[in-house]
Write a protein that binds this ligand. Sequence first.
Ligand code: AMP
Ligand code: MN
Ligand code: MN
Ligand code: MN
Length: 315
Amino acid sequence: MPTSTEREAACLQSCVTSHAAAPSPSSAPPLLPLNADLHCHSVVSDGTLTPEVLAARAKANGVELWALTDHDEISGQARARQAALALGLDYLTGVEISVTFAGVTVHIVGLGFDVDDTALKQGLDFTRGGREARAREMAAGLAAAGIPGSYEGALRYVGNPDLISRTHFARHLVDTGVCGDTSEVFRKYLVEGRPGFVPHRWAGLGDAVRWITGAGGVAVIAHPGRYKFTANEEYALFTEFIAHGGRGVEVVTGSHTAADFVKYADMAREFDLLASRGSDFHCPEESHVDLGRLPPLARGLTPVWDVLAHRVHRH
Ligand code: AMP
Ligand code: MN
Ligand code: MN
Ligand code: MN
């Protein structure tokens, strides 16, 4: 991958950019930001497309550096990498690990790790381990609320039997007419205080960060704008994450508002964290943001891919 200086030089030669500033003969053209999309899901977790179809969609949407980040699972990595490289798309290995922090589920994205690392693989096996029992408990809660058969129903949507998730229940409840869309299912049935919600203890924050960094990757706090933390809890998350060796935060991601882009850009600067960008694309019908269709990172941030050049699989 070119360095930012090389990109700048390349831009000076040939870039046409969409930046608003009108070119003037004396001013240098603005930088063309790299279209990196480092967060999305395939059928290996709770997405609906295969790694190969996602790679083609990323390429068609102009993505230049891509990572597939399935929940708690890296068995799609070889397929994603091969498909990307065959299409001329640079690839970083990826995963999104579920952790419990301050009683809340937090997601940590890992990028650029070695997929053969034993401790990482064992950690992910362990993290996936509780999902089936959790799903059966969720189904029991839903049955008690008058919705029978949801475990078997959700299983029909599962691409990887090790990775049954709330999303699969949500798709089943939409397709059987219980709710109009998946957000309604979550709101009514699958979040804390609702009949299909089961409190679950995932990995520890430090464990997930160590699995990623121990495998040569960089750990990134996923979509911080989605957690319902107080300012103090959020400060504790960032501080502890860094103390464990975490280095990045998603600033631009599908669920963030424009205000979140500004807030987490500021936090990235305050905590000296690398900034990441990823759509969190799951499904054409459900996801609001498609692969690669995100605003660029604000100037002045250090993109996480700047420190991962040596981990990029190049086409
Ligand atoms: P799980 O890992 O089984 O707890 O499922 C978490 C997944 O559910 C997330 O990765 C999202 O894909 C999805 N999800 C969580 N909250 C919502 C929501 N409010 N609406 C739609 N999907 C959601
Ligand atoms: Mn998901
Ligand atoms: Mn997530
Ligand atoms: Mn995700």
